[in-house]
Write a protein that binds this ligand. Structure first.
Ligand code: NAD
Length: 436
């Protein structure tokens, strides 16, 4: 089947590559000329484990190509995926300008029946809007389907190739058959393709992300309680996670959720609620708690240094919003760096994959280091912002000799508190006892 994917970011590139992997011919379209130039030269513009192998194979075998020209890209395509950004607009609602622009461009250039698929995360009613926009100038029949994406950056290829479920919102039998055929190779183990109406599919994605953000936030509040009551959040996590109704995942306390999805999706769902005059109190609290949680360790540091961080130097391990990605959108590390700089501190950072993206934001206001040890060389303390595996078992002797004093503010609870006490570190983490 010939497929076009419009928008070649984290979602579009994974989607396009994985559909090519199952034998389709895929053309990815993007307006970013530099990105398309890179892709044409087989240079991967993002870091996503495992994607490079599939990417190179499918280009080599002639099933995956790239263009900046929409008309050329959608030629002969039976299905067109829209994997475009839906960033928060000024009022917090999802900004549909990228999607509606492409929809209006598509109208006059469709040449035969086509299924147009909203892959982006979009508010309820967007499929109707996209349909109306295309219909203004379309001369051929078409259907607009909602097919939200649930992949996680860092394990996106696995998630896409073996999804827990595929959600497809459509009221058209014809579109349903096309989508069923397309996804069949991905659900051979029996995971469901769940068909529903467009609106329910659109809401499913927001409900999923908001639920997960709420689960994390709930655990962060329990962690805050643990600190006040002298309990240990790791024990509580194990205690509740073994209940299958709760489950083990998404229960790790830390410095809050970030990334390109949770913050904007929770905000967009709250805004949607407001628009229908529903007071979604829980989501408002989730957003407030998460915001406070992000810079929690700075308050600890201020208290530890008698109110002032001026003139101190801090090493930071981890910049990406989570491990195995170079994505820094809404990463807690960024807010912490800004805050530390505003308080007159110096900052030295290291991240295995996200340094280039952070350079674009902070330039030479912070020091970018070649490895995790260089980032703590001469620093007064270490802050841990992302749980990259490489930070889990550092050489503590080396760390100790490089740091000016043995102080760690750990936003991801990487180390055992007793072990830190035995090593003689001053160690602050989330929801566990301070080692002072
Ligand atoms: P992204 O910013 O990485 O990529 C979007 C791409 O669209 C960019 O390359 C941009 O240049 C391109 N673009 C913008 N306007 C265009 C146009 N007119 N024509 C062609 N290309 C255009 O975004 P993303 O992270 O891939 O997210 C895309 C959508 O998928 C969002 O709605 C997001 O919420 C959703 N989503 C993201 C993830 C994730 O983990 N990143 C997971 C599930 C769903």
């Amino acid at each position: 089947m010939k497929i076009a994917v419009v928008g070649t970011g984290y979602v579009g590139l994974v989607t396009g590559t994985c559909f090519a992997e199952t034998g389709n011919h895929v053309t990815c379209v993007d307006i970013d000329e530099k990105k398309v130039e890179k892709l044409k030269n087989q240079i991967m513009p993002i870091y996503e484990p495992g994607l490079d192998v599939l990417f190179e194979r499918n280009i080599k075998q002639g099933r995956l190509d790239f263009t900046t020209n929409l008309k050329e890209g959608i030629k002969d395509a039976k299905i067109i995926f829209l994997a475009l950004p839906t960033p928060p607009g000024e009022d917090g609602s999802a900004d549909l300008k990228y999607i509606l622009k492409v929809a209006s461009d598509l109208g006059p250039i469709l040449s035969e029946y086509t299924v147009i698929v909203d892959k982006s995360t979009v508010p309820v009613g967007t499929a109707d809007k996209v349909h109306a926009q295309i219909a203004k100038n379309a001369k051929v029949p078409f259907d607009v389907v909602s097919n939200p994406e649930f992949l996680r950056e860092g394990v996106a290829v696995d998630d896409f190739m073996k999804p827990d479920r595929v959600v497809i919102g459509t009221s058209s039998d014809k579109a349903r058959k096309v989508m069923d055929q397309l996804y069949a190779p991905f659900v051979r183990q029996g995971n469901p393709v769940i068909f529903m109406d467009e609106k329910s599919a659109e809401l499913t994605k927001y409900a999923a992300n908001s639920f997960l953000a709420t689960k994390i936030t709930f655990m962060n509040e329990i962690a805050n309680m643990c600190e006040l009551l002298g309990a240990d959040v790791d024990m509580v996590r194990k205690g509740i996670g073994t209940d299958t109704r709760i489950g083990k995942r998404f229960l790790f306390a830390g410095i809050g959720y970030g990334g390109s999805c949770f913050p904007k999706d929770v905000q967009a769902l709250a805004k949607s609620a407001q628009e229908v005059k529903y007071d979604f109190k829980l989501l408002t609290s989730v957003m407030d708690v998460n915001q406070e949680q992000k810079t929690k360790l700075i308050h600890r540091a201020k208290a530890f240094y008698n109110g002032s961080l001026k003139g101190k130097t801090f090493g930071i391990w981890g910049l990406a919003f989570k491990p195995y990605t170079d994505d820094i959108r809404e990463a807690p590390a960024l807010e912490n760096i800004k805050e530390l700089l505003a308080l007159g501190a110096k900052v030295k950072v290291y991240d295995p994959e996200a340094m280039e993206n952070v350079k674009e934001l902070f330039g030479n206001t912070i020091e970018f280091c070649s490895d995790e040890y260089a980032a703590v060389d001469g620093a007064d303390a270490l802050f841990i912002m992302t749980e990259w595996p490489v930070f889990r078992t550092p050489e503590f002797d080396k760390l100790q000799s490089l740091l000016r004093s043995k102080v760690i503010f750990d936003g991801r609870n990487l180390y055992d508190t007793q072990a830190m006490e035995d090593l003689g570190f001053t160690y602050f983490s989330i929801g566990r006892k301070d080692v002072d």
